[in-house]
Design a protein around this ligand. Structure first.
Ligand SMILES: Cc1cc2nc3c(=O)[nH]c(=O)nc-3n(C[C@H](O)[C@H](O)[C@H](O)COP(=O)(O)OP(=O)(O)OC[C@H]3O[C@@H](n4cnc5c(N)ncnc54)[C@H](O)[C@@H]3O)c2cc1C
Length: 372
């Protein structure tokens, strides 16, 4: 590099914008392949605050052998509840992870592989790199022939590549101690949770209760949380304390936006968050690894690498997201109809979303786990 983190201009092979799961994995992969990588995040501390319920499917956990997974709770099943008392039970092997710690470990792994990590650095990407504003107010120019946009739902890199802002629903979540125990994720579909649903996830000694809604039924995310807490409070131990609150945006467009020119996008920035379940960590990790390899290839002179990445991303995710989008539409249009029609639409949608995990069996001994 022709500069240091404190200088006004840095020159590198690959600029990665955003040190969430997608960006850190991309930066690590590109650095391991020999590229000079700069990874920037606007937050002063990677992963903080965590805007996540932390469910990581076991299939995605298996690909993270290079970090210890900070596990709060092992999960076996998912129960999807609909009005009228119907329940759909799905196999759902995985873990509730401590997201802040996971993000920090992934970013540290990227730095260990040789990427230069700059936090507190808000990037405004363009076709040749990014103008950045650092926490103290000073500017920084990063020049790079290849840019990986892994900057989440509102991705400025996606906007710079000419993509429209994604449609998102608003999520809110509380962490309560003690929780209710168990190894099942619980999903609550109620007519008032317009555009989304509620969840109750066990997380070690505590639990996470959250909702995501689009506001169309006139209920805000905090109001929806109160409603859901009323529904589940009978099952929670007495004397519980509120440990944390969080929230955030969950993209529901479900359209792959893989990038353009010398920009490639990964994770939520690429539109990979599942429009029905709101799950995005697994896709962020997978697309991040693919993006990092493609970026390093392009930096080393492989002129087709970025275009191949974009094509492969669309091939892997395009039709699955489209099907999920259709199921989501079906659920939303039946929300105001009778309970049976609504329940059937929910069951069809979630059965499809959970299909891949039905036959999965995992050897936990093969995973790099740490109970936290
Ligand atoms: C409340 C909530 C609960 C969720 N629960 C789950 C769950 O249980 N399981 C699951 O799979 N998914 C869940 N999700 C979705 C999941 O969190 C995302 O899909 C996942 O974080 C996507 O990872 P990413 O790396 O693409 O983006 P992000 O994790 O959003 O990371 C993007 C990074 O880019 C940085 N950034 C943004 N703009 C700039 C800029 N201009 N310059 C520099 N840096 C920038 C941000 O600071 C951030 O660190 C949840 C989402 C919410 C909101």
């Amino acid at each position: 590099m022709s500069g240091t983190a404190g200088s006004a201009t840095i020159d590198c092979d690959v600029l990665v914008v955003g040190a969430g799961p997608a960006g850190s994995v991309a930066a690590r992969e590109a650095a391991v392949a020999g590229a000079r990588v700069v990874l920037v995040d606007r937050r002063p501390r990677v992963g903080k605050p965590a805007r996540c319920a932390g469910f990581l499917p076991a299939a995605a956990a298996r690909k993270l052998e290079f970090v210890q997974l900070p596990v709060l709770q092992q999960i076996e099943t998912m129960e999807v509840r609909t009005p009228g008392g119907s329940r759909l039970r799905l196999n759902s092997p995985g873990f509730i992870v401590e997201r802040e710690l996971l993000d920090r470990r992934l970013a540290a792994a990227a730095a260990d592989a040789g990427a230069l990590l700059i936090t507190g650095c808000r990037a405004r990407p363009d076709g040749a790199g990014a103008d950045c504003r650092r926490a103290g107010g000073e500017g920084l120019r990063i020049d790079a022939p290849v840019i990986v946009g892994a900057d989440g739902p509102l991705s400025p890199t996606a906007l710079a590549a000419g993509f429209k802002r994604q449609k998102c629903v608003r999520a809110a979540q509380v962490t309560l101690d003690p929780g209710g125990g168990g190894r099942a994720l619980e999903i609550f579909h109620e007519p008032v949770f317009s555009g989304g649903y509620g969840w109750f996830f066990p997380a070690g000694d505590s639990c996470r209760v959250g909702v995501a809604v689009d506001g169309a039924s006139g209920i805000t995310a905090p109001e929806a949380i109160k409603y859901l807490l009323g529904r589940v409070s009978g099952r929670l131990p007495r004397g519980r304390r509120l440990l944390a609150t969080t929230g955030g945006l969950v993209p529901v467009s479900g359209k792959v936006s893989p990038g353009r020119g010398n920009i490639i996008l990964a994770g939520d920035a690429a539109g990979l968050c599942h429009p029905l379940t709101g799950a995005g960590i697994a896709a962020a990790l997978e697309s991040g690894a693919m993006a990092g390899a493609a970026a390093a290839g392009a930096a080393a002179g492989d002129t087709g690498a970025l275009e191949r990445y974009r094509r492969e991303l669309a091939e892997i995710y395009g039709s699955a997201l489209e099907r999920a989008r259709e199921r989501r539409k079906e659920i939303e249009s039946s929300r105001r109809l009778d309970a049976l029609t609504f329940s059937l639409a929910v069951r069809r949608g979630w059965a499809l979303a959970g299909k891949g995990a039905e036959r999965e069996r995992h050897d936990l001994n093969a995973l790099n786990l740490e109970n936290v």
